[in-house]
Write a protein that binds this ligand. Structure first.
Ligand code: MG
Length: 251
C-alpha cells in the first residue's frame, strides 16, 4: 500500500494511492487507520506533500563503501548518525533553494525509513514492526560548508534540504532494488540497495538505542556514490525501484 499526503487547497489529507488516483482517508493513518472517507481525487489534480511530518530526520553517513571512498573516508565501524531539522523537509515538486552561503550544493539520494510507532531500545529482530514504510529522500548537502564547519548541522540543515516523497510504500522489503538519481535526465548516482553497509533494520535498532524515535520520524540510510553538484534551473529526480520517484526543481 502506498500512503500519500496531499493538499487540494484546504487542510492536508492522507490518502491511499490507487493508480492515478487517491482514495482519501478519514484521518491520520497512524491514529485513525486506513478507513476511506469515500472521496477520490486524481493525483494530477492535487499537490502532493511530504508524506510524513517528522519530529526529526536521523541521517546515516557513509553507509555505502563507494560513497565513503569518494569523499576520502572509510565505512565507519558503527553507523554514523547526524540530524537534519524538520524545517528542512519539503515535498514532491517543491523547490530546493540554494543558500547564498554555499557555492557547492550537492544531491544525495537515500532510502528513507518512516517510523510507525514509539521506538526505543528495539532489537534488530523487532525493528520491522516499528517501521511504517519506506520513501525516498534527498540529503541535500552544502559540501563546501560540510568540510569547512566542524559540525554538519548547517551544511545539511538549510530550509528545503530534505525533499521527502512521493509517498510511503508500506510493503517495501529492502533487498537489491536499484537506487538512482538523475539531474535533467542524466544519471548521477546508480547503485543497489544491497550495497548498504548497515541495513535498515540494524539502523532502526541502533538509532533507537541512542535516541527515541517518534511516529512519523525518518531515518535516511545513506547515499551511494556519484554525489554531484546541483545548480539553479536543474530538475532532480530520485528514484528507488519499488518505492517511487521524487522530483524537485532547484532554484
Ligand atoms: Mg547523506
Amino acid at each position: 500500500m502506498r500512503i500519500a499526503r496531499f493538499s487540494d487547497g484546504e487542510v492536508p489529507k492522507y490518502a491511499v494511492v490507487d493508480g492515478p488516483e487517491l482514495a482519501v482517508l478519514k484521518g491520520h493513518p497512524l491514529v485513525d487507520g486506513y478507513e476511506s472517507n469515500g472521496e477520490r481525487v486524481a493525483i494530477k489534480e492535487v499537490k502532493l506533500l511530504s508524506p510524513t511530518l517528522p519530529s526529526k530526520i536521523v541521517c546515516i553517513g557513509m553507509n555505502y563503501r563507494a560513497h565513503a571512498m569518494e569523499i576520502g573516508q572509510d565505512v565507519p565501524d558503527e553507523p554514523l548518525m547526524f540530524f537534519k531539522p524538520n524545517t528542512a523537509v519539503i515535498g514532491p515538486g517543491d523547490h530546493v533553494q540554494l543558500p547564498h552561503q554555499s557555492n557547492q550544493v550537492e544531491l544525495e539520494i537515500e532510502l528513507a525509513v518512516v517510523i510507525g510507532k514509539l521506538t526505543k531500545n528495539v532489537s534488530v529482530a523487532d525493528a520491522a514492526e516499528h517501521i511504517w514504510g519506506y520513501t525516498v529522500a534527498n540529503d541535500v548537502t552544502a559540501r563546501d560548508l560540510q568540510f569547512s564547519d566542524l559540525q554538519w548541522a548547517r551544511s545539511k540543515g538549510f530550509d528545503t534540504f530534505c525533499p521527502v516523497g512521493p509517498w510511503i510504500e508500506t510493503e517495501f522489503d529492502p533487498d537489491d532494488q536499484v537506487i538512482e538519481s538523475r539531474v535533467n535526465g542524466e544519471v548521477r548516482q546508480k547503485a543497489s540497495i544491497s550495497d548498504m553497509n548497515f541495513k535498515p533494520l540494524e539502523l532502526v535498532s541502533y538509532v533507537s538505542e541512542n535516541v527515541t524515535l517518534l511516529p512519523g520520524d525518518v531515518i535516511v540510510t545513506g547515499s551511494p556514490a556519484g554525489i554531484s553538484k546541483i545548480d539553479s534551473g536543474d530538475v532532480v529526480e530520485c528514484e528507488i525501484e519499488g518505492v517511487g520517484t521524487l522530483i524537485n526543481p532547484v532554484t
